[in-house]
Design a protein around this ligand. Sequence first.
Ligand SMILES: Cc1cc2nc3c(=O)[nH]c(=O)nc-3n(C[C@H](O)[C@H](O)[C@H](O)COP(=O)(O)O)c2cc1C
Length: 320
Amino acid sequence: MTLTLAPMEGVVDAYMRDILTRIGGIDLCVSEFVRVSNHVYPASKFLGYCPELEQNACTPAGIPVHVQLMGGDPLVIADNAAFVATLGAPGIDINFGCPAKTVNRRDAGATLLQWPDRLHAIVAEVRRAVPSHIPVSAKMRLGFSDKSLYLDNALAIEAGGAEKLTVHARTKLEGYRAPAHWEFLAPIREALKIPVVANGEIWTVDDYRACRDISGCDHFMVGRGIIARPGLALEIAAMLRADDPLALLSWGEILDLLETYDRLLVSMDNPNRQAGRLKQWIKLLGRTYEQATELFQEIRRLKEPCEIVDVVRANRDRHA
Ligand SMILES: Cc1cc2nc3c(=O)[nH]c(=O)nc-3n(C[C@H](O)[C@H](O)[C@H](O)COP(=O)(O)O)c2cc1C
């Protein structure tokens, strides 16, 4: 079994990857997508999305980070993939799932799911351009407006030479609304020889178990679930070892993580964004921790990161 931390633009950046991989249980990370539209981008662009490239392409906890590319032109993606490989990317992932209108209007992301032959051409061109020891993978949704092409798309990606396929079990039209349609993953897994990674709506150990049972998959990717419940990967690992169920990380531990996150964010050198990221995480934690919902009410109007952290500290003193 492997567990991958999902790429999440504006949420799972190098700071969040650092925090979550320190906790443990994550085997692989994928960077936020880097959109490539008409030329080979400079190294600074890729290092911005994946600063780990300068540290052996691993998080400080030693977990590898693959670089995700997104675009509709096979040659442009391939040239960028070849370049990012020279920067030390240990794997290239191709995004066929982004639902954003601005992205889809520009012929990238989930819109490509309407043309299996285009998926094939993109994967094949990237595979051709990247040294053979560097894995090329792809991430897709079940379709654009409906699921009619889900198997054709998966088969096209495999035939193009991908070594792994992650499937977010929803169409573009279904956005991020529950449920995720895990039942569509089993036929993909059965039709493909490459590993299929199940993704979508895994928030708890019970969700993980249900997804595994329905999909028959051995590999999983978690996104919002592990942001909202940072101990999720450890809880799953304990369950697989048949240990006693692992307790939820305590609220005190979460407050410590928030403080560490804030210290890492300082290097952004952008207090507005730093405050935004702190608020965003506290809000998402509210899905698991009701204390986070209360904390969010206290900090939502604060502008300075240090003001937010003061409230986090006061909260910890109260909960100590
Ligand atoms: C805010 C946000 C940003 C995302 N950014 C990306 C991205 O850059 N690349 C990608 O392949 N998927 C992206 N996704 C999709 C996630 O990787 C994942 O497929 C989706 O959230 C479903 O998994 P989950 O239910 O575990 O969150 C994003 C999702 C969200 C909510």
